[in-house]
Design a protein around this ligand. Structure first.
Ligand SMILES: *Cc1c(COP(=O)(O)O)cnc(C)c1O
Length: 430
């Protein structure tokens, strides 16, 4: 691991977490399609179950293909440990699970993926958890929303769909001052564009479904722990700082130090919630992640070119993309995501909702799908789909107003994408 830290991003995205297969010499990481692993003897089995020795027991907990992916994402994010799981939404529940209990709350940004708004405003209530939504540009409001039952602060680095970049430095300092872990969803930025841990994030969550896989084949999620948070300081995180009854009284923080959170997420989280990534999914994501930096460079270059062209077009009302110099968040790009503001943005077409629908229906090269971060260019009307469950106020706060469509710019030739948009805009505004 120590050699890997000194290596560059392009090297890590190909090599981190993987070695030639010890049994066969296979150069590519094999898909370990197995449920269970033979113990050497009874003592070995006991040592594994006691977490005295690290190894494989059962694939609901760990699997070598999935572990290779977790280690790779961990290296790219600069974390201490990582756990993969079945989807981005699973990663969010798994990330909160060791921190929360009935009556606990999280303070979260209003600018979030639509499904996350629903998960946090509705579904987590069934666990006795709650979320308070605030504008993360208003630090006083964030501070005021925190109470004795708050266990985490949650935001996205680049928030989709509205072209918003969170001031992670400010939120990171505030979280540290409040003694709370900061969880950052880094899906839209990827570790190539943004490293939330450098800005004070405790945990980074990903939907690996998107850019990390990059080919629209499998769903997956990942949680990376910085290893830097002191789980024992406040007494607010008893699952980590006190004997854990769900794991025969092991005190995770004392026993495992910076790996406490990661081991808890495997030994208790995956064991009992079962939100496991399967080795086939890990394989597809390992294939995709090898070219992450190359794809992100092209995604960003295409997005900048197309957003600038659209902003100057008379058929367009406005473009919200932090990569444009007109964006109110443009000055955060260099500090938070120096390699670019991602490849997601919204456009408001003159003619409002009707024109948006016609635009979507008239495109030929862009695919109309509820996904983002594919190599292919995608488009969707967020308010009627991904952000449909939200109230009009929540839609507006998230940047998904009814008169805008969201573009996820792919890695095709930008001229072809612009030609497609041009003919569809003609049809939409005729
Ligand atoms: C897609 C997405 C999620 C949810 O991930 P799934 O893999 O679809 O469960 C969460 N956050 C962001 C920013 C996303 O884009």
């Amino acid at each position: 691991m120590s050699d890997e830290i000194s290596q560059g991003f392009d090297t890590l995205q190909v090599h981190a977490g993987a070695q030639p297969d010890p049994a066969t010499g296979a150069r590519q990481t094999p898909i370990y399609q197995t449920t269970a692993y033979v113990f050497r003897d009874a003592d070995h089995a006991a040592a594994l179950f006691n977490l005295q020795e690290v190894g494989y027991i059962y694939s609901r907990l760990t699997n070598p293909t999935v572990s290779a992916l977790a280690e790779r994402i961990c290296a790219l994010e600069g974390g201490a440990g990582a756990v993969c799981c079945s989807s981005g939404h699973a990663a969010q529940i798994m990330a909160l699970f060791p921190l929360m209990g009935p009556g606990c709350n999280i303070v979260v940004s209003t600018r979030l993926y639509g499904g996350t708004v629903t998960q946090f405003s509705q579904t987590i209530k069934r666990f006795g958890w709650s979320a308070t939504f605030v504008d993360f540009d208003d630090l006083d409001a964030v501070r005021a929303a925190v109470d004795d039952d708050t266990r985490a602060i949650f935001c996205e680095s680049i928030a989709n769909p509205g072209g918003y970049i969170t001031d992670l430095d400010a939120i990171g300092s505030l979280s540290a001052e409040l003694g709370l872990p900061l969880i950052v969803d880094n899906t839209s930025a990827t570790p190539y564009l943004c490293n939330p841990i450098k800005h004070g994030a405790t945990l980074v969550v990903h939907s690996t479904t998107k850019y990390l896989t990059g080919n629209g084949t499998v769903t997956g999620g990942c949680i990376v722990d910085s290893g830097k948070f002191d789980w024992s300081a406040s007494g607010k995180f008893p699952s980590l700082s006190e004997p854990e009854p769900a794991y025969h009284g092991l005190t995770f923080h004392e026993a495992l130090g910076p790996m406490a959170y990661t081991f808890h997420s495997i030994a208790v989280g995956l064991r009992d919630l079962g939100m496991t990534m399967n080795p086939q999914a890990a394989h597809y994501t390992l294939m995709g992640i090898e070219t992450l930096s190359l794809r992100m460079e092209k995604h960003v270059a295409n997005a900048v070119k197309i957003a600038n062209w659209l902003e100057g077009d008379s058929r367009i009302e406005r473009v919200t993309y932090a990569g444009l110099s007109s964006s109110p968040y443009h000055d955060r790009v260099e500090r938070i995501c120096p390699r670019g503001a991602g490849a997601l943005f919204t456009i408001a077409v003159k003619g409002g909702y009707e024109a948006c629908v016609k635009l979507v229906d008239s495109l030929k090269l862009f695919s109309h799908v509820a996904n983002l971060g594919d190599a292919r260019s995608l488009i969707i009307h967020s308010a009627s789909t991904t952000h449909r469950q939200l109230s009009p106020e929540q839609q507006k706060a998230a940047g998904a107003d009814p008169d805008v469509v969201r573009l996820s710019i792919g890695i095709e030739d930008p001229e072809d994408l612009m030609r497609d948009l041009d003919q569809a805009l003609d049809a939409a505004t005729a």
